[in-house]
Design a protein around this ligand. Structure first.
Ligand code: ATP
Length: 313
């Protein structure tokens, strides 16, 4: 039996009208795909701005959350005071990944290494239904993971929190921090690490600020006939240089975050932590509480509208 079908214009019209509905369905499907992405929080900020503290605060409020370190010097074993690692007490029971994982002080831990280890950590945290929180000052590591790792982009949706402290205020607080680190035993730590036969500070953990600066002093200290006033001057110069280099690092980090901010604007939220440098009680209102509100919306409210980051301080 032959059946011939003639498509009249009357029949064709409804098909043409399905187009908007089809587009809308495809959009919905795309949105659902987006919504299905697992969520990752990234905390950025210059050295000394309070990233680690915020990460721990948030992890305790959104359990089970675990922290992934993104500081390229804190991945090495040792030099805990010098590289300013969180103490066990400060961790408040929150699991930290990628802290003190590299034994070889000469190994150059690269952005690729970071992407590899951070991706494994994120997968395992998500596998435990936990929230991964990446925190640390190595912006080139964060950029490599988020911008250049296509697997990461396809699987995860990010919220970036930027802990920002006005630079002049941060510089003076970094200077006091170096004094506190010296009081806490930084010099002894670097002394134990010091090796007379090595004068190359361009590799591995030897690049950490607070290591090369003490080289000249430690060499002089080791010499039996060294004069005391020269040693004292060299020590003062090493401490002063450590302060200057920390301030330079902070300025460079802020520049990099400003650049990343122009790329990730939509999902980046700046938390002004300047006041909290003088007034510890401002931390909770200005930084921790705001961070919690932003994460609450990011994690549980898919239709959220968040106030974007303002201009840099
Ligand atoms: P770059 O591209 O310049 O390497 P980055 O964002 O990858 O930048 P940073 O974290 O800014 O990396 O580190 C740059 C340099 O700052 C390090 O090589 C080291 O000298 C110093 N530095 C970084 N973090 C620390 C730290 N926790 N303790 C001591 N020094 C550090």
């Amino acid at each position: 039996m032959n059946i011939s079908i003639t498509l009249s214009s009357a029949v064709c019209k409804p098909i043409v009208n399905f187009q908007p509905a089809l587009t809308s369905l495809l959009n919905q499907h795309h949105q659902q795909q987006q919504q299905r992405k697992d969520k990752v929080v990234v905390i950025m900020g210059a050295t000394g701005s309070g990233k680690s503290k915020l990460a721990i605060d948030l992890a305790t409020h959104f359990p089970p959350a675990e922290i992934i370190n993104s500081d390229k010097m804190q991945v090495y074993k040792g030099l805990d005071i010098t590289t300013n690692k969180v103490t066990e007490e400060e961790c408040r029971g929150v699991t930290h990944h990628l802290l003190s994982i590299v034994d070889d002080p000469n190994y150059n831990f690269t952005a690729n290494d970071f992407c590899h280890h951070a991706s494994l950590a994120i997968d395992s945290i998500v596998g435990r239904d936990g929230l991964p929180i990446i925190a640390g000052g190595s912006n080139s590591f964060i950029e490599a993971l988020v911008n250049h790792d296509s697997t990461f982009r396809a699987r995860y949706e990010c919220c970036f929190l930027w802990v920002d402290v006005s630079l002049p205020i941060l510089h003076s607080s970094l200077s006091s921090r170096v004094d506190r680190m010296i009081e806490a035993g930084q010099l002894d730590e670097v002394r134990q690490f010091f090796d007379h036969s090595i004068s190359d500070y361009t590799r591995g953990v030897r690049r950490a600020i607070g290591v090369p600066e003490f080289d000249e002093f430690l060499r002089e200290e080791g010499s039996t006939y060294g004069d005391q006033s020269k040693k004292k001057k060299l020590l003062e110069a090493a401490i002063a240089m450590t302060k200057v280099n920390n301030c330079k690092l902070a300025s460079r980090q802020v520049q990099k975050i400003n650049r990343l901010y122009t790329i990730w604007k939509k999902n980046t939220y700046r938390l002004n932590a300047t006041e909290s440098v003088f007034n510890k009680s401002a931390w909770d209102d200005d930084v921790a509480a705001k961070g919690r509100r932003i994460l609450q919306k990011f994690l549980y409210d898919d239709a959220c509208v968040l106030v974007p980051a303002g201009a840099p301080l």
